[in-house]
Design a binder for this molecule. Structure first.
Ligand code: NAD
Ligand code: UDP
Length: 327
């Protein structure tokens, strides 16, 4: 979508940037990237699923500041741009306290949009492929409106993120705010929480421990897995994209794999003797998912460069070290 008077300054000057959810998996990598580019970073996180370990290496950096804060409460700071990532992303965690999950997406968006409006600064929303629900269009293009069950166990996350998108576009139409919305597809890599519950971390941890690998359903459901470095690059390109380009834009790796294929790859890469075991498929678990990334290619000159085998090897290396340091 285009148009609107975006209040975005296309400057390469270092900025003071707010990253909400900055101690999480993606947020901590984003903080690294923004600091490496010479910016100052204010990392705001309530540490619900994020961890101080993810940002320990940044705490001595004079351009980095950590603030423990819940985005469902207003925040008064002075910054030049906002990346809004605060929200648990793993189904296990976002279903733990579903009311808080919806509040984080919706009230958190209102608070961060209000801050952006007061300061006249650009704001990027980390939305999700979950806005497409269990998709009936494949691969998913940004104009597909989705198939979400509004009363199911995933709705706190899916509908929260959909409402956050609505708020972003209303602030854009009503207040001419410079918004940028990306829809992130399953992303994996170092710093995922080992007990995060998402499929890549679960399978790798199970394989390294020699435990059974838990496949939900028959493993024929598909996902498209993006390596974290590629994702962060797409996110930063979106924030720096041309004035008036709001998205939503899909950011993900179009390589599509069944969950069973993923399990077999993990077993092969780890040399594990783990066995596959099959458990019931959770309610509303999407059966297929694959991004159409034509818009990201065209507008951002972006496409992923790390393929699944390479990304999984790097992630296995991370979890091996983590397990070794814990023992
Ligand atoms: P994560 O759980 O590792 O990170 C989320 C961070 O937000 C955590 O540090 C958590 O403590 C923090 N947080 C949660 N609620 C908060 C609140 N109320 N106030 C302040 N901080 C809060 O997950 P992630 O994978 O890094 O995901 C980051 C963002 O990207 C999320 O918004 C998620 O919805 C989105 N996303 C991620 C993926 C993915 O595959 N990783 C896919 C789609 C969308
Ligand atoms: N999954 C699985 N075993 C696990 C964890 C997840 O088979 O231990 C499946 C899950 O049912 C889903 C897919 O893997 O079909 C991706 O799950 P994840 O929680 O990583 O993310 P989602 O895309 O469902 O939000």
């Amino acid at each position: 979508m285009q148009g609107g008077k975006a209040i975005i300054e296309q400057s390469t000057e270092p900025k003071r940037i707010l990253v909400t959810g900055g101690a999480g998996f993606l947020g901590s990598h984003l903080c690294d990237r923004l600091l490496a580019e010479g910016n100052e970073v204010l990392c705001v996180d309530n540490l619900f699923t994020g961890r101080k370990q993810n940002i320990y290496h940044l705490l001595d950096n004079p351009r980095f500041e950590f603030m423990r804060h819940d985005v469902t409460f207003p925040l008064f700071v002075e910054v030049d741009a906002i990346y809004n990532l605060a929200c648990p992303a793993s189904p296990v965690h976002y279903q733990f306290d579903p009311v808080q999950t919806t509040k984080t997406s919706v009230v958190g968006a209102v608070n961060m949009l209000g801050l952006a409006k007061r300061l006249h600064i650009p704001i990027l929303q980390a939305s999700t492929s979950e806005v497409y629900g269990d998709p009936t269009v494949h691969p998913q293009t940004e104009d597909y409106r989705g198939n979400v069950n509004p009363i199911g166990p995933r709705a706190c996350y899916d509908e929260g993120k959909r409402c956050a998108e609505t708020l972003f576009f209303d602030y854009w139409r009503q207040h001419e705010l410079g918004i940028k919305v990306i829809r992130i597809f399953n992303t994996y890599g170092p710093r995922m929480h080992p007990s995060d519950g998402r499929v890549v971390s679960n399978f790798i941890m199970q394989a390294l421990a020699g435990e059974d690998i838990t496949i939900y359903g028959d493993g024929s459901q598909t996902r498209s897995f993006c390596y974290v470095d590629d994702l962060i690059d797409g996110m930063v390109r979106m924030m720096n994209s041309r004035e008036g380009f709001t998205g939503p834009v899909n950011i993900g790796n179009p390589g599509e794999f069944t969950i069973r294929e993923l399990a077999e790859k993990v077993i092969e890469l780890t040399g594990s003797s783990s066995q596959l075991v099959f458990k019931p498929l959770p309610a509303d678990d999407p059966l297929q998912r694959k991004p159409d990334i034509s818009l990201a290619q065209q507008e951002l000159g972006w496409e992923p460069s790390v393929m699944l085998d390479e990304g999984l090897s790097r992630t296995v290396g991370y979890f091996r070290e983590l397990m070794a340091s814990a023992s």
